[in-house]
Unconditional design. Structure first.
Length: 745
């Protein structure tokens, strides 16, 4: 590329950014990207040339040292040299220079200046590495001396010769100082201290700790060598612990105008660069990555749980710090809950990370406030709230478009795209979960060679739900819809209101702030009250399916504990897990744990009241969707009623509803006798929907045994069995002639 071409491309971009001319077209952007790629290739060649030139000077010094050594060695061709010490050799050692004498450097003439006056071009990798790690020119020279055997195998044998030990093929501290023309007792030896830039930055490793300092071997990390040779891949030691996410093009070119991004980017440029994102239901990880990209940094996202589980934490922390500096990167660390910094081991690891990454942009995030005792420097705290409908829609559109391009499908456009986005309104996902859900939904569509459907998104979102809540509640994938319900219009209206509250809660409670103060969450709480079998659990399942969520039924056996305080702990685990799951939490027979508070007469009453008080507070701060069902509404504490968003009454069905229930419970597959009189059953037998379903199943078994179509005989027999289960009287006025026929059998 010529300078004119490169300059014209940059000028066009600059004019577009300042508003003097329209933004570049797609063709201009492609040309600019091609120019940038060619610039990168040219710069890579320049970096290699710079490195080769500097290593050539190192070779000159090594040659000079070898010549001097041979000149003072009476037996340079001794095959056992370096393996023993003769008396004559010991005498020569005693007569050699002392530790305070300088070593003369070779003369390079006017074109190749000696050490201390040369420097790499400012835009080369070597110069950028020196600037990022705070290296002096002496540090750079020592680094090149130590790195030479990793690039050219000849240096191994030469260093073995100069070390007077053929088994030691890396430079020692003393040899490195000698090649730089410095006496062993000079201040240069302090460049190898643990706090010196070369060692503290992880560029140089000093081995043989049992040896004296001057005879300790020097080694350069493979990652540093690869970086100077043009490799930008992440250190292999960090594989599985660190990943570099795909950057948002809008953030990369600075066009992302989200205020959260601007605020985080500004905070990174202040002080130590430590920022803490307090998760309040938003996407802190995604915002952190976009902020680093906007700031011109390469984002390194750390799997903090995997790092805490390793046995080589100290080494990996140093490797992470070096990788961040090498790649001009920033680190994203979280969620802090996975690290458990309140424990000593978690606090120590967090302190080590912050100390090693001092001066490097570090964004930590979590749901708990930062403890000042964790680290020496306090971070800039920034609360991250849900993005709102518009922000969530933008994220979904981008994720679906990227997933479609990845599998070769055209992007969703127009109304179909809006239809997909509308189906995701009730979900709360972070950026990684959202990306995975979009990918899974797209792959499901590819399997059937069709566009992405809302059901694909619902299935993909449910696949992101963690298994933590399943250990505390029973997971149900909804299989019924609105058409399966037979309810009064008022009850159906209340269920519809519950669904719309769950679908628009982020906009109403978050964006519009309609529930301010008091630590109130953004959850939706409903109560279904009615007799057993009136359809309360089934209605919760219908609402869950309408929202594209799963239903989690709390198992009271895993919650209630005889030991004081354990029940509250179990409930807290359930609420915490449910807040991170796109599902509906169902407390069946809720009066067992949401009962009324009573007058305190003994310790048991006091504990029961404390449990109810805890639930009152926790339900108000809950961020998920919960449904309480009860057969005895009067048994629930009145204080819970104020905290409920929807109360749906489930009355016993009337005759018309019972007829519809009989017909739906029997279904269309079972053969029916022409004389089957379902209207008689609906009019005479006052049963709830659950009892009607039980009668239908029993009658179906009897019909299967008789190998004949379902008849009234089987229905009446099933109803009689249900009456006996319920403890109800069998009256002739209800059964009519069928009772006498049944008794005569």
């Amino acid at each position: 590329m010529t300078v004119t071409e490169n300059g014209s491309a940059r000028d066009a971009t600059d004019r577009a950014a300042t508003g003097n001319v329209p933004a570049p077209s797609a063709a201009d952007r492609v040309a600019t990207e091609d120019a940038s790629a060619r610039d990168a290739a040219d710069r890579a060649v320049t970096d290699i040339e710079v490195l080769w030139e500097r290593l050539g000077r190192v070779e000159q010094r090594v040659r000079h040292a070898v010549v001097d050594r041979r000149a003072t060695d009476p037996e340079p061709d001794d095959p056992y040299r370096g393996q023993y010490l003769t008396p004559e050799a010991a005498e020569r050692v005693l007569e050699s220079r002392d530790a305070f004498a300088s070593v003369p450097l070779p003369s390079y003439g006017t074109e190749q200046p000696p050490y201390g006056t040369e420097s790499a071009p400012p835009d080369s990798r070597l110069a950028r590495l020196a600037a990022r790690f705070g290296l002096a020119e002496l540090d750079v020279e020592l680094l090149l001396i130590a790195m030479a055997p990793d690039i050219d195998a000849r240096f191994e044998r030469l260093y073995g010769y100069l070390n007077d030990d053929l088994t030691r093929r890396r430079p020692t501290v003393g040899l490195a100082l000698e090649l730089c023309g410095l006496p062993a007792a000079s201040s240069g030896r302090f460049r190898f201290q643990p706090s010196a830039p070369l060692v503290a930055g992880g560029l140089l490793e000093i081995g043989d700790p049992e040896r004296p300092l001057l005879s300790r071997a020097l080694r350069v990390s493979d990652r540093v060598t690869a970086h100077l040779l043009g490799d930008d891949e992440t250190d292999g030691r960090l594989r599985g612990l660190v990943h570099v996410p795909a950057s948002d093009p809008a953030s990369a070119d600075g066009s992302d105008e989200r205020p959260e991004i601007r605020r985080i980017t500004a905070a990174l440029a202040t002080g130590s660069g430590l920022v803490h994102l307090l998760d309040r239901g938003g996407d802190p990880s995604g915002l952190a990555v976009d902020a680093l990209v906007t700031a011109g940094r390469r984002p390194l996202v750390v799997d903090i749980a995997a790092l805490a589980a390793t046995t080589e934490q100290a080494e990996l922390v140093r490797a992470l710090a070096a990788e961040a500096r090498l790649g001009h990167a920033g680190v994203v660390l979280g969620p802090l809950e996975a690290l458990a910094p309140e424990r000593p081991e978690g606090a120590r690891l967090l302190a080590a990370l912050c100390a090693a990454l001092s001066g490097t942009p570090l964004i930590a995030y979590g749901k708990k406030n930062w403890d000042p005792l964790w680290t020496r420097d306090s971070p800039v705290p920034i609360a991250v709230r849900p993005p709102g409908p518009a922000g969530a829609a933008r994220q979904w559109r981008q994720a679906l478009a990227e997933a479609a391009r990845a599998v070769g499908l055209p992007d969703a456009q127009g109304p179909a795209d809006d239809h997909l986005i509308e189906a995701t309104a009730s979900y709360r996902l972070d950026s990684e979960q959202l990306r995975k859900a979009a990918t899974v939904a797209t792959r499901l569509a590819v399997l059937e060679q069709r566009p992405v459907h809302p059901d694909d998104l619902r299935t993909a979102v449910r696949a992101q739900n963690g298994a933590g809540l399943e250990r505390l509640a029973r997971r149900i994938e909804p299989a019924v819809g609105w058409d399966d319900l037979v309810l009064p219009p008022a009850t159906r209206t209340q269920l519809t209101e519950l669904a719309l509250r769950a679908r628009h809660r982020e906009q109403v409670l978050g964006q519009w702030g309609m529930r301010p103060g008091g630590g109130r969450g953004r959850g939706v709480i409903a109560m279904f009250a009615g007799e057993s079998g009136t359809g309360k659990t089934m209605s919760a399942e219908v609402v869950a399916r309408d929202l594209g969520m799963e239903l989690y039924v709390v198992d009271l056996s895993t919650v209630v504990d005889k030991y004081i305080g354990e029940t509250e702990k179990n409930l807290e685990r359930i609420f915490v897990e449910a807040s991170d799951v796109n599902g509906i939490l169902l407390f069946d027979e809720a009066d067992a744990i949401f009962g009324k508070r009573s007058q305190v007469k003994d310790a048991h009453d006091k504990h029961a009241n404390m449990e109810s008080a805890y639930l009152l507070q926790r339900m108000e701060s809950f961020d998920g969707i919960a449904v309480l069902t009860t057969n005895l509404r009067a048994n629930l504490d009145e204080a819970f009623t104020r905290r409920l968003d929807v109360i749906a009454e489930f009355p016993m069905p009337d005759a018309e509803q019972r007829l519809a229930l009989w017909d739906r419970c029997l279904g269309t597959s079972i053969p029916r006798d022409p004389a089957l009189d379902l209207a008689f059953c609906a009019d005479r037998f006052e049963l709830a929907g659950g009892s009607i379903r039980a009668c239908a199943v029993t009658a179906a078994y009897l019909a299967a045994e008789s190998r004949a179509p379902l008849a009234m005989d089987q229905i009446v027999t099933a109803v009689l069995q249900e009456y006996r289960k319920l403890g109800r009287l069998v009256l002739e006025s209800e059964f009519g002639p069928w009772l006498a026929k049944e008794r005569g059998r």
